[in-house]
Design a protein around this ligand. Structure first.
Ligand code: NAD
Length: 343
């Protein structure tokens, strides 16, 4: 394992970035966090400081601003960058495609350009299981063909993967790993950091916790007539702390020069399909509460089922999802209660 090396984390004040900062620090890395706070609060960085007891460097920077980014590359010495900074709401991307292409692709290209200019070799990119679309065979492996994206958001992930692939092939000094996340959920066990969406949540678990907190009146389960065991969609819910640890394993692989190719892809999930209804009832039982919910019409763009074959990450990264679902859902509720001051 590498220690005392520094990792630049773009979007590090966000949900997955803040958890990853904690796990990197726990593993002996120093981190520099940059974020424009477009979808996060600086308190998340305070949470990282409290959990780790370390004075984390944080700068407010927009990764689309190349001049500001160049200054970061000039000011700090790091070998690896984890690039989380992106917009992530599928529905919003349908309404505002240019905003998504602009932010997600320009920021990504700026980062790769700076890596090339300053000879910083390693980049870890946040990709997504959305690239698989409605796959013919389940679970999906990294070889499963990508399907045409159904949203501008999904398209930015596919295009960025392609850009990274091309840059790793063309530029001697650039090495990249794309992690394809399945459905990240949960919060840090300290309840000091977690998911804090602005406005109406797009993802199921924050919607559940906000409903439990009384902020949302009722939860909608979109479709119970899919060809799945209970009729609701099947997903692979990955605990955010486990996901953060996958980043540490990938950074270790890059910094220890263990990559087999200049560009590698890994699925990061649990490998276990869980239905929406199962998630909801598990949340109720582990937290001892009842949620008001209704069955609503299917939501366009939702695939019936997707879950990961994680053997490549298990074998090559030496990483495996470990946290039981009940603990993940307890942590999600503890975080929501902490944010809302609920006893
Ligand atoms: P998040 O919104 O909590 O974090 C993203 C962070 O990036 C935010 O803090 C935001 O302020 C920042 N940001 C956005 N644009 C920026 C810019 N131009 N300059 C600087 N900072 C900027 O989201 P998250 O859930 O932590 O997701 C992190 C990454 O993982 C994203 O790339 C997302 O697309 C990807 N991803 C997320 C999920 C998920 O369900 N959460 C699933 C698959 C992939």
């Amino acid at each position: 394992m590498s220690s005392n090396k520094t990792v630049l984390i773009s979007g590090g004040a966000g949900y997955i970035g803040s958890h990853t900062a904690v796990e990197l620090i726990n593993a002996g890395y120093n981190v520099v966090i940059i974020d424009n706070l477009s979808n996060s609060e600086k308190e998340a960085v305070d949470g990282v400081r409290k959990i780790t007891g370390k004075d984390v460097v944080f700068e407010i920077v927009d990764t689309c601003d190349k001049t500001a980014l160049r200054q970061i590359f000039k000011s700090y010495d790091f070998d690896s960058v984890i690039h989380f900074a992106a917009y992530k709401a599928v529905g919003e991307s349908m309404a505002e495609p240019l905003m998504y292409y602009q932010n997600n692709l320009v920021s990504f290209m700026n980062i790769v350009e700076m890596m090339k200019e300053f000879n910083r070799p390693n980049i870890l990119f946040s990709s997504s299981a959305t690239v698989y679309g409605e796959a013919e065979n389940l679970p999906v492996t990294e070889q499963t063909p990508r399907q045409p994206a159904t949203s501008p958001y999904g398209n930015t992930k596919q295009i960025a993967e392609d850009i990274l692939h091309d840059c790793c092939r063309a530029y001697e000094g650039v090495h990249g790993i794309a992690l394809r996340y399945f459905n990240p959920i949960g919060a840090h066990p300290s309840a000091l950091i977690g998911e804090l969406p602005r406005g109406v949540p797009n993802n199921l678990v924050p919607f559940i916790t906000q409903t439990a907190a009384g902020i949302r009146k009722e939860l909608s389960v979109f479709g119970n007539d899919y060809d799945t065991p209970d009729g609701t969609c099947l997903r692979d819910y990955i605990d955010v702390v486990d996901l953060a640890k996958a980043h540490v394993a990938a950074v270790n692989r890059m910094t220890d020069c263990k990559m087999d190719a200049k560009y590698e892809i890994f699925n990061i999930g649990t490998g276990n399909p869980i239905s929406v209804l199962e998630l909801l009832t598990t949340f109720e039982s582990v937290n001892n509460l009842k949620l008001p919910y209704k069955i609503a019409a299917r939501r366009s763009g939702d695939v019936p089922a997707v879950w990961a074959d994680t053997s490549r990450a298990n074998e090559v990264l030496g990483w495996k999802a470990e946290r039981p679902l009940r603990e993940t859902l307890q942590a999600a509720w503890a975080w929501e209660k902490n944010v809302r001051n609920i006893k």
